[in-house]
Design a protein around this ligand. Structure first.
Ligand code: SAM
Length: 243
């Protein structure tokens, strides 16, 4: 591991503090910087939920509750628990849930994705969107997701990835390296939050590399579904019925 990698990995342990700082502008900057595509990406998680009645979902790194609010639109979802380490993000999430009149179906709280305060085999589905790359250990996060799933349950991870098409990749990287950090740092009022976010994406495993970590965590046949030229990928892993 280079010195720079070690520094980044150390910073991930405290990344939720960055989110505390940028929480007030997080939602609006997300919508603007992604041109609204992030809303479509989160809907793909909802569209791939298990098709059985009264399911309970655990959303990790839930942030301002965008994923729980989308999942609550699915008829088969009875309850959603969202956990995050950033108190400020969760505070904003709670206001949004209250406004949507969904307090009876969505509960938000503080919890570490690498050390879940949750009983084993207690959820039908677990999700994490644009959060796992901030965890100090991707493997530990995935192992925790596998542990808390009931047999036959489903884990879904949405994360940034790199486009395969040369031209799209070139345009995307220019935007990602230069435009996004500049606009993000300026409007969030945080010195380097968006430069940090950008650094966590480029070296992060995606595609087959990410699937290998899912396999190591216990998911036997995980699948990757690239979205929007491969800018983001939805990974789906089912826990075996009878391991
Ligand atoms: C980019 S935001 C994603 C929020 C939300 N899932 C979404 O789709 O908008 C990343 C979130 O990960 C949270 N986070 C970072 N490390 C964490 C950890 N170890 N456990 C739980 N949440 C964590 C941060 O506090 C932040 O809210």
């Amino acid at each position: 591991m280079t010195k720079q990698d070690a520094k980044l990995s150390e910073r991930k342990k405290e990344s939720f503090r960055i989110f505390d700082d940028i929480a007030p502008t997080y939602d609006s900057l997300n919508r603007t910087l992604s041109f609204g595509i992030d809303v479509y990406w989160r809907h793909q998680i909802k569209n791939n939920l298990p098709q059985k009645p009264n399911i309970h979902v655990l959303d990790l790194a839930t942030g301002t509750a965008d994923v729980p609010l989308v999942l609550a639109k699915a008829k088969q979802v009875e309850r959603i628990q969202g956990l995050d380490l950033s108190e400020k993000m969760v505070e904003i999430g709670k206001v949004k849930v209250e406004k949507a009149g969904l307090n009876h179906r969505i509960q938000l709280g503080i919890g570490d994705g690498c050390n879940l305060p949750v009983e084993s085999e207690s959820y039908d589905a677990t999700t994490v969107s644009f959060g796992i790359r901030n965890f100090p250990s991707t493997l530990k996060g995935l192992q925790e997701m596998h542990r808390i799933l009931k047999p036959g349950g489903r884990a879904m991870v949405m994360e940034f990835s790199l486009p395969t098409n040369f031209l799209v990749k070139f345009i995307y990287l220019f935007y990602f390296r230069h435009v996004l950090p500049f606009v993000g740092n300026l409007f969030s009022g945080h010195g380097d939050a968006y430069s940090y976010l950008n650094k966590t994406v480029e070296d992060y495993p995606y595609g087959e590399d990410f699937l290998n970590i899912m396999r190591e965590a216990g998911f036997k046949t995980p699948k990757a579904h690239p979205l929007t030229f491969g800018i983001a990928t939805l990974y789906i892993g089912d826990k075996e019925e009878n391991p």
